[in-house]
Design a binder for this molecule. Sequence first.
Ligand SMILES: [Zn+2]
Length: 97
Amino acid sequence: MIKSDRCLINNFLVDCMKCNNCGEVLFTPNQTKELIKLREANKKIESQRKIITVGSSIAALLPKKINDYGIKAGLIDTVRILSKNSLEIQFKKEIVK
Ligand SMILES: [Zn+2]
C-alpha cells in the first residue's frame, strides 16, 4: 500500500509517497515541485558559516540571503540533531513555498 511519508532525497527532507511493502518512493507532481524549489532555495543560501560565542551561548551566523525567506531574529522554533553531522532549525511557518 502506498502511503504519504517524509523522505530524505539528495539530503532534502520532503513529502513523498512510499510503498510500505517494497519501500519504493514516488512523488506527486506537487511533491516534485517542492523538491525543485528546495534545491533552488538551497543554491542561494548554501555556504560555510561561522559559529560564534555570544555571552554564555553560541550562535551560528546565517547568510543574509535567508531574509528573502522571511527569516528574522527571534523566529526560531526548535533546534534538534538531524543526523550524525547535522542540526535542524525548524520554523513554525513554511520558509519555502
Ligand atoms: Zn511496493
